[in-house]
Write a protein of this length. Structure first.
Length: 101
């Protein structure tokens, strides 16, 4: 039995990709924490200055919190645009055919 996908809901695909991209970005979180921790041990421009350590650690924590949110947002936008393009092209040439049993 062949089924043809004629239309994809842009908002639904956007939500799906936002969750998938957000979860996939969590792979990078430990690396941001490690990089921030290592940056906090880097020597500063002035001996005894604690500012570079705070900046390095702060940037690591900021990227840890913001990266999954930014990735999820971009996933939503990608899904939204991708579904709109698919719907436009599927109207011209037909949709994707899937064979199911």
């Amino acid at each position: 039995m062949t089924i043809r996908i004629k239309k994809i809901s842009p908002v639904q695909l956007g939500k799906m990709l936002a969750v998938i991209y957000g979860l996939a970005s969590l792979i990078f979180v430990p690396f941001f924490l490690i990089m921030g921790l290592l940056a906090s041990f880097a020597p500063g421009p002035v001996e005894g200055s604690a500012l570079p350590a705070a900046i390095g650690l702060g940037l690591g924590i900021a990227f840890t919190l913001l990266f999954p949110v930014m990735y999820a947002f971009m996933g939503f936008i990608t899904g939204l645009i991708g579904a709109l393009i698919y719907n436009l092209v599927a109207g011209w040439i037909g949709g994707i055919e899937v064979e199911v049993e």
